[in-house]
Design a protein around this ligand. Structure first.
Ligand code: MSP
Length: 522
């Protein structure tokens, strides 16, 4: 048993409302943490919002409200969206929290005392979108920021700088000697290449250009520039303090994984590593960079006007529970690759996997149990743990654990579906209805037993993706709601009468095409 698992997500900018791209990351993270909770009692998930910086300041000004008012308004939209999607975080941090601000100042001071921060006059190309200075070689041929397609501004300022270059070799060595650090590993070379040319970075802005930020300690002319502020949330949230870190910090740090998008991997693997090294703290075990979600194969952006909120999808398909959307998003892309959302694909995938494959299997089997045995699992139906389905169940469990250790969330979902597929084939091959017709009642009962025991396994395996469907399956099997992985042992299902005709209900209803049509109209 793993003794603890600490997962963090990127903290979202609150200059707008959450869209399904933000939701993708939080769902992936939630699926991982729910899986870890099945294995350890000490799994902890932190998420949050990134509330300082010029973008917030400008958006608030354009709306005629204060930056804090804008943050409060949008923070509650994020909080509401995560509630609706049943993101089971343990903590949500805001970078405007007083405790966070206090510790960020301590961190800045400590880096200054260590000689890693110094003052320097600088002229550079600043991209408001990235909230970062870009070097000329980062730009497109037309001189635009590749991520935001905007020309960066030339700015001259006296700023505080962080000696990132000092840590270059140490970080490269660390990456090379820790193969689990950057995941997927296909991103390692990209980071090592970026490290080759890394320069010191500006970590403050003059107050005259950015007011909405944490003040540099003992210098009221400067604000701390967003990345030191934002990245530090991973330690301030759990009680880091330069002098006196909390017991919770000592228990949870280093993080087991920072789940982030591929666009911010440089900040996490290079900037954050150097800050931690300067503070004398260990680095996270892994940084998992997921891909991006496109909408109907196009990049989502507010300026293109094609962003959709997770709530829009649930509403359009009349979904009271988020399970189908969670399942679809979590299986939308292979690990680290980009994925796509489309209404049609969503419908097709959840109808096939959740309604037809898994839902129908349970429904048909429980109905046969009622028809042939009055809803009772008799003790003579109990099968050997060496039976074909029992072995498939045990193998699936091992494969899923392995996938999760490699952040292969979509791949783990495929294993569950493949297992359900195999159980469906097993039912067809063994035709319990024919066995009943031929009066082979014990054999018939054994087939149903295998399927129901497989369904109990499926419920537990599916739980991180679809907590409500999993609960429904276990309820219909008359089993307690216990999703711990140590319950994944064969012959765990109890015998006796477990159901009757009017207790059997579909666990997931197929999505109707009208809903999708309504949505497009709306
Ligand atoms: N505030 C910074 C992160 C600081 S972490 C110390 C930031 N915020 S963000 O709101 O722009 O993005 C938050 C997360 O959402 C990032 O990990 C980003 O990659 C992810 N995504 C934003 N749009 C996305 C998609 N369209 N698809 C998938 N993930 C996306 O970056």
């Amino acid at each position: 048993m793993q003794d603890k698992f600490y997962l963090t997500t990127a903290i979202d900018y609150v200059n707008g409302a959450p869209h399904i791209g933000h939701a993708y990351e939080k769902i992936l993270s939630d699926v991982i943490i729910r899986h870890k909770r099945q294995i350890t009692d000490n799994a902890y998930m932190l998420t949050g919002t990134d509330e300082h910086g010029i973008k917030i300041q400008k958006t608030a000004a354009s709306k005629g409200i204060t930056p804090k008012e804008l943050c409060d308004e949008n923070f509650s939209k994020f909080e509401q969206a995560w509630k609706e999607l049943e993101i089971s975080y343990d903590q949500i941090i805001r970078t405007t929290d007083e405790k966070h601000k206090k510790v960020v100042k301590q961190i800045f001071k400590k880096l200054l005392e260590n000689g890693d921060i110094y003052k320097h006059s600088y002229t550079g190309l600043y991209c408001n979108g990235c909230e970062a200075f870009l070097s000329a070689k980062d730009l497109t041929e037309d001189g635009l920021c590749p991520d935001h397609q905007k020309k960066p501004e030339e700015i001259t300022e006296e700023n505080y700088f962080f000696r990132l270059s000092k840590y270059k070799d140490k970080i490269a060595d660390y990456i090379k000697s820790h193969p689990n650090f950057i995941r997927p590993a296909s991103r390692v070379n990209e980071i090592l290449n970026q490290l080759e040319n890394i320069e010191d970075i500006s970590v403050s802005r003059t107050k005259s250009s950015v007011q909405w930020g944490i003040e540099v300690p003992d210098d009221d002319t400067q604000s701390i520039y967003v990345w030191i502020d934002a990245l530090s949330n991973y330690i301030t949230a759990i009680g880091y303090d330069v002098e006196n870190p909390s017991d919770q910090f000592k228990k949870l740090w280093p993080a087991n994984v920072h789940v982030i998008g591929k666009d911010i991997i440089k900040f996490h693997s290079i900037y954050w590593s150097a800050i931690l090294m300067s503070l004398g703290l260990p680095l996270a075990e892994s940084i998992y960079a997921h891909g991006w979600i496109t909408l109907d194969q196009s990049k989502m952006s507010k300026s293109l006007g094609n962003v959709i909120a997770p709530h829009d999808v649930l509403k359009a398909f009349n979904l009271e529970k988020p399970d189908a959307f969670r399942y679809y998003m979590a299986s939308a892309a292979q690990t680290g690759k980009d994925g796509n959302y489309s209404d049609d694909d969503f419908k097709e995938k959840v109808n096939a996997d959740l309604a037809n494959n898994i839902g129908n299997l349970l429904n048909r089997t429980l109905n046969m149990l009622v028809k042939y045995f009055d809803g009772e699992i008799k003790s003579e139906f109990v099968t050997n743990k060496d039976s074909k389905i029992a072995i498939l169940a045990a193998n699936s469990k091992e494969q899923i654990i392995n996938c999760f250790n490699n952040f292969e969330i979509a791949e783990a979902a495929n294993i569950i579906v493949a297992f359900a597929d195999n159980v469906n084939k097993y039912v067809t091959e063994n035709a319990p209805w024919t066995l009943a017709k031929e009066g082979k009642m014990v054999e018939c009962g054994q087939v149903l037993y295998n399927v129901l025991e497989a369904m109990r396994h499926i419920a537990i395996m599916l739980y991180p993706y679809c907590p409500n469907i999993a609960a429904d399956i276990l309820t219909q099997l008359d089993e307690e709601q216990n999703y711990k992985y140590d319950k994944l042992v064969w012959n765990g299902i109890k015998t006796g009468k477990i159901t009757e005709k009017d207790k059997i209900k579909p666990v997931f209803l197929r999505l109707d095409s009208e809903f999708a049509t309504d949505k497009k109209k709306g």
